[in-house]
Design a protein around this ligand. Structure first.
Ligand SMILES: Nc1ncnc2c1ncn2[C@@H]1O[C@H](COP(=O)(O)OP(=O)(O)OP(=O)(O)O)[C@@H](O)[C@H]1O
Length: 212
């Protein structure tokens, strides 16, 4: 992924307001004065859908600090390379959890988490859900998996029940502890030139009597 400072050569060194303004102007010029690409929250809406336009859209969103974009039923996550606590706040998790249609909210890993959670709760076949997190080394797969585990820990535990919360934390920890094993399978794939540091895991864990 190109960092925004690579987009406009020679204009990104200034950190003052004027520098930032010219960066934005240059970027807009670079984008050819098209409709603001960062507002497209689904890559299938980019017209025409080409590698160039898709990358431009992701670049434009990255520049606006928007790190999640839908691509049809797939979610594309960009690594912000900086901490963004508000993007993973428990309040935001609850917002996605409580939304009648989470897919209508801004693209987020919590949408994926909530959808699978609802599928498990609905007990409609197939009850077991899988989420595939893939990407290059350093893309943010482990981070994303942790976000999902935290999400399930928050939404699956009743705030009134301390015991439920503790159990959710124990489940989160167990799954996170299994990461090295799952990653080892991924690395084996790299050696075989089949996969590139990918791992799969079941999520959320099987549901028993109403609790995760
Ligand atoms: N959403 C995010 N917000 C903030 N920082 C992030 C985010 N995603 C990734 N990072 C940063 O990028 C680093 C690398 O991410 P991560 O370890 O998840 O990559 P990975 O895809 O699992 O890499 P590998 O395949 O090599 O294990 C993290 O340590 C974190 O600092």
């Amino acid at each position: 992924m190109l960092s925004p400072c690579h987009i406009v050569n020679g204009h990104s060194s200034g950190t003052d307001v004027q520098g930032r303004t010219s960066l934005k102007e240059d970027l807009q010029q670079f984008l050819g004065g098209e409709a603001p690409l960062h507002q497209l929250d689904d890559l299938t809406k980019v017209n025409p859908v080409t590698l160039k336009t898709v990358l431009r859209c992701l670049q434009a969103r990255y520049t606006e600090d928007i790190f999640y974009t839908n691509a049809g039923c797939t979610l594309v996550a960009l690594n912000p390379f900086k901490p963004i606590p508000q993007l993973y706040a428990p309040e935001l998790m609850q917002e996605y959890h409580a939304a009648p249609q989470p897919q209508k909210l801004k693209p987020h890993i919590f949408t994926v988490g909530e959808q699978t959670f609802r599928n498990v709760k609905s007990l409609i076949e197939p009850i077991n859900q899988s989420i595939v997190v893939s990407g290059e080394s350093g893309a943010g797969k482990t981070w994303t998996s942790r976000c999902l585990m935290k999400f399930y820990a928050v939404v699956a535990s009743s705030p009134a029940s301390c015991e439920n919360h503790k159990m959710a934390e124990r489940i989160e920890q167990r799954i996170l502890n299994s990461n090295p094993v799952m990653e080892a399978f991924g690395e084996l794939g790299v050696l075989c030139a089949v996969l590139q540091s990918h791992f799969l895991w079941d999520s959320p864990p099987s549901r028993r009597e109403g609790v995760l």
